[in-house]
Design a protein around this ligand. Structure first.
Ligand SMILES: *[C@@H]1O[C@H](CO)[C@@H](O)[C@H](O)[C@H]1NC(C)=O
Length: 284
């Protein structure tokens, strides 16, 4: 699954960068999302695979904090990029004539930069308040990576501040982008309903179907894990459920985009066709 995730997302990045038809804001954001998906799985899965291989489940304190930091950074980034992509679809459908003017390269770069800054601030704050915590001996994290909530629960010192900040930032970082996505899509839906022809409706909707699927997958799994862990109170079942959004969702994103999307398919075909032709020329 890790190989499929890395290769699938790498192909999306290659397809977008090699095909000039795909040099549009939507595909730039998509390839940014693919890059972040590669990063987010790479913070947890290689270490887990190594644990399985070596039969040792130990992680150093420094390693744990590093994993915590990068997981929060890329997880938050994923979340913000989904919101940025929703805004991009909103402009494309509700203001089609001004699309190229509004979504200029400067704004696109700025949106990506802001997503990085928000992700970095979140992970920095969360890690800085985990650092002063003291831990007793015999620590066992009931999870397959250093997950913030599990790590904080293991601390011997007072974790009141951590819990407050953790819930506040999770609500802000989860709820903010989600509210933006819902707002964008409510505008998109009313715009699409105003289109008179059924064909026009379908065409407008199909440009955001892939993004909508990814949003449902991401928020669906995160909410599912959150609710199921609140219901069962068992760390082991919530760890198993979080495999969904840490491993399965990043793996499925490129498939959702490339199977549904004619432009990506064409770009991939051209990319591989090009590689094939080059090979023949060299052999000839
Ligand atoms: C991410 O988005 C920016 C802004 O649109 C773009 O310039 C950049 O090439 C993208 N990065 C990747 C890896 O596609």
């Amino acid at each position: 699954m890790y190989l499929v995730t890395v290769l699938g997302n790498l192909f999306i990045i290659l397809a977008v960068s090699s095909d000039s038809h795909l040099h549009t804001p939507m595909y730039f954001f998509l390839s940014n999302l693919s890059l972040v998906d590669i990063c987010v799985t790479s913070t947890t899965v290689p270490k887990m695979l190594m644990n399985i291989q070596t039969q040792s489940k130990a992680i150093t304190y420094g390693g744990c904090i590093t994993q915590l930091h990068f997981f929060l950074l890329f997880g938050g980034l994923d979340d913000f990029l989904l919101a940025v992509m929703a805004y991009d679809r909103y402009v494309a459908i509700c203001h089609p004539l001004h699309y190229m003017v509004i979504m200029n390269p400067r704004l696109c770069g700025l949106l990506v930069l802001v997503s990085w800054i928000m992700g970095a601030l979140n992970s920095l704050v969360q890690c800085l308040i985990v650092l002063p915590l003291s831990f007793c001996t015999n620590l066992e994290i009931p999870h397959f990576f250093c997950e913030l909530k599990e790590v904080v629960q293991l601390a011997c010192s007072d974790t009141f501040l951590n819990n407050i900040v953790m819930y506040f930032l999770s609500a802000l970082l989860g709820g903010g982008p989600l509210a933006g996505i819902i707002y964008s899509y409510s505008k998109i839906v009313s715009s699409i309903r105003a289109i008179p022809s059924a064909q026009g409706k379908y065409k407008a909707f199909s440009t955001c179907a892939s993004h909508l699927s990814v949003v449902f997958l991401f928020y669906g799994t995160v909410l599912g894990v959150y609710l199921s862990s609140a219901a069962t109170q068992s760390s082991h079942s919530s760890a198993a459920a979080s495999v969904m959004y840490t491993v399965v969702t990043p793996m499925l994103n490129p498939f959702i985009y490339s199977l549904r999307n004619r432009d990506i398919k064409r770009a991939l075909k051209r990319f591989f066709g090009m590689a094939g032709t080059k090979g023949t020329i060299i052999r000839g």
